[in-house]
Write a protein that binds this ligand. Structure first.
Ligand code: ATP
Ligand code: MG
Length: 246
């Protein structure tokens, strides 16, 4: 499993001023980082950059100290993105969306089928497996995208607003599944508007107009006593450079 390091990242689209400026954060395996901030603050841009979809204008993103390249490189390194718009093929079924991603990822047919059923079931979508995505509700589509992301069993899971369309029960299910990913040793980076969802993450990077302004770094809710708390503090140290430091 990998440590994700974002070091003094500045990111910009083709024209205009940088969307992210001088953002620094490190997330160790087994930890969940919430990326919060108002609409337009740069949350998706940060996740896209970590996913290799957008090249840093300045600064670096690395996995275990190795610089990340483009999206193909990030995929080969186990960086999974659940995008804000779901990114599902609407003309395929929910099951096909998950299965095709697994096959493209090199899984055998039998394993792809098994993981597809397992992950759709975990998201409460066993009955929707053979339904076209375009026939699913918004929340069902969102859960299908999460199932696909979970099925890939990445080292790094980037989850962009994946609870925005969900009811409270489904939201809790998703947060539990993200925590299970972290417990498996993955890094989970979760962009959200929802303060309650952010609060259950181990740390929080708060973006304001592309700058990391407020940072919370605290132990996981289930940390076992002071020793675990200290360990969590030591390994998850997001820093909003240059001024704010957890
Ligand atoms: N493809 C793009 N080309 C140019 N500008 C973009 C592009 N995508 C996003 N932006 C701009 O970058 C800024 C940050 O957008 P981003 O999508 O990262 O925000 P966000 O925090 O994810 O917002 P939301 O909560 O609404 O999803 C915005 O000003 C947006 O207009
Ligand atoms: Mg966004």
């Amino acid at each position: 499993m990998r440590t994700v390091s974002v070091n003094r990242l500045t990111a910009a689209y083709d024209v205009g001023r940088p969307v992210l400026q001088d953002v620094t954060v490190t997330v160790e395996p087994g930890h969940m980082l919430a990326v919060s901030g108002r609409s337009g603050a740069g949350k998706s841009t940060l996740l896209s950059t970590i996913a290799g979809l957008l090249r840093p204008a300045e600064g670096t993103i690395s996995l275990d100290g190795e610089p990340l390249g483009d999206r193909d490189h990030a995929v080969s390194q186990g960086v999974v993105l659940v995008p804000q718009d779901n990114g599902l093929a609407t003309f395929l079924t929910a099951g096909e969306n998950v299965e095709v991603a697994l096959l493209a990822n090199g899984r055998g047919a039998a394993e792809a089928r098994r993981l597809t059923v397992e992950c759709l079931t975990a998201l409460g979508l066993a009955g929707q497996r053979d339904q076209l995505v375009e026939e699913l509700s918004g929340g069902q589509q969102q859960r299908t995208a999460i199932a696909r992301g979970l099925a890939l069993r990445g080292d790094v899971l980037l989850a962009d607003e994946v609870t925005s369309e969900l009811d409270a029960v489904s939201r809790q299910t998703v947060m539990d599944l993200l925590r299970k990913e972290a417990d498996r040793g993955a890094v989970v980076v979760f962009a959200t508007h929802d303060p309650d969802a952010a609060a259950v993450c181990d740390a929080e990077l708060h973006l304001v107009d592309g700058r990391a302004e407020i940072v919370r770094s605290e132990p996981a809710a289930d940390a076992q006593g002071a020793q675990a708390a200290q360990a969590a503090q030591a390994v998850t140290q997001p820093t909003a450079s240059p001024t704010a430091r957890a």
